[in-house]
Design a protein around this ligand. Structure first.
Ligand code: UDP
Length: 363
């Protein structure tokens, strides 16, 4: 059985690690040679956004490393087709909603390789988000739709997609469980930054809708108001956000007003876990970080107007503020009353996914 995995962006490396492990495990257990080859599109290519995850999470090295940074999914798909040539695969595994996801779907469709989509069915219902378009178009072309939540299953049903839909839980939860203890043992990021547990906020911002002068100005103004000596904001800065801040003197000026906004390089995954666990509160526009906030029992403010992870809102762990400075400042004072979330599975989503593929392909 030959599997092609197509990845290209940070969250996909993190999700792929548990799937690669599940493939190896099943291969050993079944005695059948299940062969995975990885294609990395190069959408994220900086050391801190890419190679560091392959090293720390022991992801198998890619067989193909392309240079598709900043390409449209259509152009990327042509590069993918040129790279894999006529090599035959039984299925293609795709993750999430990036340009690499849709590029993989377009290439697989052309080659008539059936697609397995992990994180199928997520919807924000905001078609202005490039990710929403990528998700919808990928799901249309997918054979096995692996949904992390019942909401995702229901979303697909609304689009008339009911066949081959599998509710398997969230692979990011598997990853968080797998690396939680390792992070405790290996990361000393809090000591390095000289921050005390539950006495700092953690921020991440990178969505297209927030990386423009107007939204970043609102966000930075709010951060400048919130960060203090007692509770600094630790902010691992995404390269896209860094480029926009560097472009506008007005944004740099707001940042310079408060020395307790502590900008750091993008964190490695183990450091990120420790920052998430130990933060008093997380401010983010990331999909993955919203959920990880819950996995590590830290309340979250999401600087967007909608979320695909609605269960985090329903259970009281997460509130939405958009990029509105007053709403962000008020939300920091919010008294979070949180309930456990039953969704996301038991930490064995990756095994479930690989078992479904194995059973179906060996019928
Ligand atoms: N992450 C990380 N270092 C950082 C910021 C995020 O390791 O400095 C991890 C985070 O723990 C999560 C994933 O990256 O597992 C989320 O990716 P990102 O926010 O880039 O994308 P999204 O989830 O919004 O698609």
């Amino acid at each position: 059985m030959k599997i092609l995995t197509i990845i290209g962006a940070r969250p996909q490396f993190i999700k792929a690690t548990v799937i690669s492990r599940a493939i190896q495990q099943l291969s050993e257990q079944s005695g059948m040679n299940i062969n995975e080859k990885i294609l990395h599109t190069g959408q994220h290519y900086d050391h801190n956004m890419s190679q560091i995850f392959f090293n720390d999470l022991s992801i198998p090295q890619p067989s193909w490393l392309l240079d598709c940074c900043s390409m449209s999914p259509q152009d990327m798909s042509i590069k993918i087709l040129q790279s894999i040539g006529k090599e035959a695969f039984d299925c293609v595994i795709l993750y999430g909603d990036t340009n690499s996801t849709l590029a993989g779907a377009l290439a697989a469709e052309k080659l008539q390789i059936p697609i397995a989509h992990i994180e199928a069915g997520l919807r924000s219902y905001n078609l202005l988000m490039p990710e929403e378009h990528n998700r919808v178009e990928t799901d249309k072309r997918t054979k096995w739709l692996f949904c992390p939540t019942q909401t995702a299953v229901d979303n697909l049903k609304k689009e008339g997609i009911t066949d081959n839909v599998f509710l398997v839980g969230d692979v990011m939860y598997d990853t968080a469980l797998l690396f939680g203890n390792t992070a405790e043992q290996r990361s000393n990021i809090c000591e390095q930054l000289n921050i005390e547990k539950k006495k700092f906020f953690l921020a991440t911002i990178h969505r297209a809708e927030n990386t423009n002068e107007q939204n970043l100005s609102e966000i930075l103004t709010a951060f400048s108001h919130i960060a203090s000596q007692e509770t600094p904001i630790v902010w691992p800065l995404h390269p896209r956000t860094k480029a926009v801040i560097n472009q506008y003197a007005s944004l740099k000026h707001i940042l310079q007003q408060n020395a307790f906004i502590r900008i750091i390089e993008p964190a490695n995954y183990l450091d990120m876990i420790m920052l998430e666990k130990n933060a008093q509160l997380i401010l983010t526009d990331s999909g993955g970080v919203q959920k990880e906030a819950y996995f590590h029992k830290t309340p979250c403010i999401t600087l967007r107007n909608e979320t695909e992870w609605t269960e985090t809102i329903d259970a009281g762990w997460n509130i939405l503020t958009g990029a509105n400075k007053d709403k962000i400042i008020n939300a920091v004072q919010h008294k979070f009353e949180c309930q456990p979330i039953k969704e996301y599975g038991d930490g064995d989503s990756a095994q479930k996914i690989i078992q479904v593929l194995y059973d179906d392909l060996n019928k």
